[in-house]
Design a protein around this ligand. Structure first.
Ligand code: CA
Length: 180
């Protein structure tokens, strides 16, 4: 999964990028609205993490023009603006979710996974080989029930190998349907 992070605050940008990379995501990081648009035009991304207060072009403008073009990429807004009016504007402009700074990196990673899951729905099959379970929607790999930390590259390799026809059986992802 490849994410585009748009954040002009160097400290926040660096910590978000590092945190998400440790969770196995490939993260490109740009620091203004125009650089974001250029990156979106030239690369395929699975999700956009978007600050609102940005140099050169504001996050809301970036989001609005993205949706005008019909791009349905999931967008998670990261902002210090916690006024209700700003949240409403962001959601009206086509954001999928909203996180107010300062936020916890664990919560951010969980919301990213939730948005990716929601987007891929249940059509994206979990791949199981013996006791190894690979979930392409959440980018999670577990062996004997224990989760394994992999880089994005390692994940891509193991997923490609495991998904070879005749080697695996696919199961519908049902864990979300199980209530306690
Ligand atoms: Ca900012």
């Amino acid at each position: 999964m490849r994410l585009l992070l748009v954040e002009d605050d160097a400290m926040i940008g660096e910590s978000v990028r590092t945190g998400l990379q440790q969770d196995g995501f490939a993260v490109d990081w740009v620091q203004d609205g125009r650089a974001a648009e250029l990156a979106l035009e030239t690369n395929p991304y699975d999700m956009l993490l978007l600050d609102l207060g940005l140099p050169r072009k504001g996050g809301l403008e970036v989001l609005a023009s993205l949706r005008r073009r019909g791009d349905s990429i999931p967008v998670l807004i990261l902002t210090a603006r916690d006024a209700v009016a700003d949240r409403v504007k962001g959601l009206d402009a086509g954001a999928d979710d909203y996180l107010v700074k300062p936020f916890d990196l664990e919560e951010l990673a969980a919301r990213v996974r939730a948005l990716l899951r929601r987007r891929s729905g249940r059509a994206d099959p979990v791949v199981q080989v013996g006791n190894l379970i690979i979930n392409p929607a959440t980018h999670e790999v577990s062996l004997d029930g224990k989760s394994i930390a992999l880089s994005a590259r390692e994940f891509a390799v193991i997923h490609a190998l495991a998904a070879r026809p005749g080697v695996v059986r696919s199961e519908e992802h049902t864990s979300e349907l199980q209530s306690p």
